[in-house]
Design a protein around this ligand. Structure first.
Ligand code: TMP
Length: 208
């Protein structure tokens, strides 16, 4: 037996980090041991790589280099944080994971899906989340919310509007391709209602 692995996905400003915290609290109230983490990052080495990805000019990396940096961070994160937690029977809630790479580096930056799939196979073999919650929100609202957080870590926010529209469609496409793993949540609702929808999905999926 291992713990369960739940990921949160979506464009900029969808409210993922707030909902990760809320779901962690709800699971802990049921006596479940939870680790919350994020990508890129989630281990000391991966957090160093995160700084290279989320700061600076949009064009600072080409799409392949960016993908390799993302997967270097992911290898460290899975090896040192996610894997050990799951083996210790903890549940892991992760703010972004592989679906973000297909959206941002694939649909956003134009790297071929097959290239990402091959890198993924080398790094993760067949490791996937048990459940992925895709927080869907219109791009204008999301970018406005994200902009209010200030200029730090804003490299991806600074790609053009079309880039962000492609991300939204890519996440919805991921949900269509993986109906057993993914659930789309309407993130335009009030925070409380988003949390309720997430809890309903998690309770149903894991029989809580
Ligand atoms: P955050 O703003 O949700 O913390 O995520 C940091 C940024 O990293 C976000 O703009 C999306 C980007 N990102 C990718 O481009 N590819 C990935 O695989 C991941 C996990 C994140």
């Amino acid at each position: 037996m291992t713990g369960s692995f739940i990921t949160f996905e979506g464009g900029e400003g969808a409210g993922k980090s707030t909902q990760v915290k809320r779901l962690a609290a709800a699971l802990q109230a049921k006596g479940i041991a939870v680790v919350t983490t994020r990508e890129p990052g989630g281990s000391p080495g991966a957090e160093k790589i995160r700084a290279l990805l989320v700061n600076g000019a949009p064009g600072r990396w080409d799409a392949l280099t960016e993908t390799l940096l993302v997967y270097a961070a992911r290898a460290d994160h899975v090896g040192r944080t996610i894997g050990p937690a799951l083996l210790a029977d903890k549940w892991v809630l992760c703010d972004r994971f592989t679906d973000s790479t297909y959206a941002y580096q694939g649909a956003g930056r134009g790297l071929a899906r097959e290239t990402i799939r091959r890198v993924d196979a080398v790094v993760l073999d067949d490791f996937k989340p048990d459940l992925t919650l895709i927080l869907d929100l219109d791009v204008g609202t999301g970018l406005a919310r994200a902009g209010n957080r200030g200029a730090a870590e804003s490299r991806f926010e600074n790609f053009d509007r079309d880039f962000h529209e492609r991300l939204r469609q890519a996440f919805l496409e991921t949900a269509r391709r993986n109906p057993d793993r993914c659930i789309v949540i309407d993130a335009a609702q009030a925070e409380e209602d988003v949390a309720t929808a997430i809890w309903a999905a998690v309770a149903r999926r894991f029989g809580l």
